[in-house]
Design a protein around this ligand. Structure first.
Ligand SMILES: [Zn+2]
Length: 152
């Protein structure tokens, strides 16, 4: 299984969930560092996360699933719910360094069933780079801010 993951990384098939993309930005971990860790890293035992705690480890489909669905089919389906994925251009928003960053027209694979969004490694690198290098934005928007306490 780990060999399949390393092969996928070499073949440029590494994909991030939206949560993983956001966490990589918050923790300032580049996609290059992730790839190096996968290819050159050691496998370590981690305790199972407590209920409600998020789990950032790589997930792999149970071996039996490969027999039921072809590998090509697995790549086309959502890891959360098994729904069909479709290529779309999406808006990705992240708060970082006290500022809201809005990325428009970001290529993603989006689950038709649950809405989970997956970003290619190359796309992740470009988004991370734009934030790191504080790229000049293409435009600014005004956004309404509502304090929840003011509406209850
Ligand atoms: Zn899904």
């Amino acid at each position: 299984m780990i060999r399949d993951i390393i092969k996928a990384v070499f073949n440029g098939r590494l994909e991030y969930s939206e949560h993983a993309l956001s966490q990589s930005i918050h923790r300032d971990i580049s996609n290059q560092e992730v790839k190096q860790a996968i290819i050159g890293g050691k496998i370590i035992e981690l305790p199972s996360p407590a209920v409600g705690e998020s789990d950032h480890r790589l997930r792999a489909q149970p071996a039996g699933m490969d027999r039921l669905r072809s590998k090509a089919e697995l790549r086309m389906t959502c890891h959360v719910c098994g729904g069909r994925l479709e290529d779309k251009l999406v808006t990705y928003t992240i708060e970082h360094g006290g500022q809201l960053h809005v990325f428009e027209n970001v290529p993603a694979r989006v689950c038709r069933q649950c809405g989970e969004r997956y970003f290619a490694d190359d796309t992740v690198g470009k988004v991370q780079g734009a934030i790191r290098q504080e790229r000049e934005p293409d435009r600014f928007i005004q956004a309404p801010v509502i304090d929840y306490r003011s509406i209850v």
